[in-house]
Design a protein around this ligand. Structure first.
Ligand code: NCD
Ligand code: ZN
Length: 341
């Protein structure tokens, strides 16, 4: 039995660092362990210009503890009137790593998202030409579609036509939650990849109702049936290099979660790598954690692998009930792994 595991320093290919006081509170947890993170642009207002992304990146850097070695990779929020020249310029200048597609109304701060992909065809063509990745929140917003089916329906209605119409566009299906998504991405070519969160590996939708309503397990895409959780686990731990770590850490203050209309999002940054390690251990796949966490994402994005390493040891800490004003993922649990200094 492995009791210590040293892996190359990982990257988080999908995170919400927020802004203002929340940015200051949460960013150190991500920067402590991850060398880089793909930072989501769903601020209010959203990050839609090169100037806004540059300014946001500076605020992130200002929130880092002294001595941090962390690089935020910025993204551009696509809107119906997105400007392809601005986007391609931002990519060429090294400001925008990718664009994020939020179907309007799909999730937190997605009101400015794209209402119809036809509105951004010119942008997608330009991104395809520039080799700039499109990151998709893969859920339809049609209220007639059951919330548990929105990801699978997105693949049929939106993603398949998109990949057909833009045969060279590089796409990451973010935070996949279903057997359908796992199979679709695995069967896709090199230009299609997916991120996987710790909560979708640990929890099925039962966790939302365990003994009562559990707002801190609520995120989007919503947790699914057990068979989907198992399929997503197989994808993460199965060795396909197009699945990689993206925590989707999405902090909301306790009062915004514990509410008559609570926000979606799980704050998993403080114990993210320990949480993934527990899953890989349970799946007898600890030897594949490094590829998933530290290599696959970097390679897909064409980034050099991080220097440095982190060491995990068996025997975890008790996860606190609160981290500032936020309830972290695994609050009150003891994880099987801890990070060594
Ligand atoms: C995210 C957030 O709060 O910004 N919430 C979530 O449940 N994942 C948005 C998102 O990634 O969908
Ligand atoms: Zn997200």
């Amino acid at each position: 039995m492995t009791d210590r595991l040293t892996i190359r320093r990982p990257d988080d290919l999908h995170v919400h660092l927020r802004d203002g006081a929340m940015l200051a509170a949460v960013t150190p947890y991500t920067a402590r362990i991850f060398g880089r993170a793909v930072v989501m642009p769903n601020l209010s207002p959203p990050v839609t210009s090169v100037d806004a992304a540059t300014a946001y990146r500076a605020r992130i850097m200002a929130a880092l503890p002294a001595g941090s070695d962390f690089t935020p990779l910025m993204t551009c929020y696509l809107t119906d009137d997105a400007d392809r020249h601005e986007i391609v310029r931002g990519h060429a200048e090294g400001v925008f790593t990718a664009c994020k597609l939020y179907p309007a109304g799909a999730t937190t701060n997605s009101a400015h998202g794209v209402t119809d992909l036809r509105n951004v065809r010119g942008v997608l063509e330009a991104m395809q030409r520039a080799g700039m990745p499109l990151l998709v929140h893969g859920e339809v917003t049609d209220p007639a579609v059951d919330i548990f089916d929105r990801e699978a329906v997105f693949i049929e209605r939106v993603l398949q036509p998109l990949l057909r119409d833009f045969p060279a566009l590089r796409v990451v299906m973010e935070h996949i939650t279903t057997a359908e998504a796992a199979a679709f991405v695995e069967a896709g070519g090199d230009r299609l990849a997916a991120t996987i969160t710790p909560q979708h590996l640990h929890l099925s939708r039962n966790a939302l109702f365990e003994g009562g309503l559990r707002p801190h397990a609520y995120c989007l895409p919503v947790l699914k049936r057990e068979r989907h959780r198992l399929a997503v686990r197989r994808a993460a731990t199965g060795g396909c290099a197009r699945f990689f770590l993206g925590t989707d850490s999405a902090p909301h203050e306790v009062r915004a979660k514990e509410s008559g209309c609570g926000c979606a999002g799980v704050f998993n940054a403080p114990y993210a790598i320990e949480s993934y390690a527990a899953v890989f251990d349970e799946e007898d796949a600890l030897g594949r954690l490094e590829a998933f966490a530290s290599e696959n994402g970097a390679r897909w994005y064409g980034l050099p692998l991080n220097e440095g390493s982190v060491t995990l040891a068996r025997g975890g800490e008790l996860v606190p009930e609160r981290v500032g004003d936020v309830v972290p993922f695994h609050a009150g649990e003891r994880l099987g792994w801890r990070l060594e200094a």
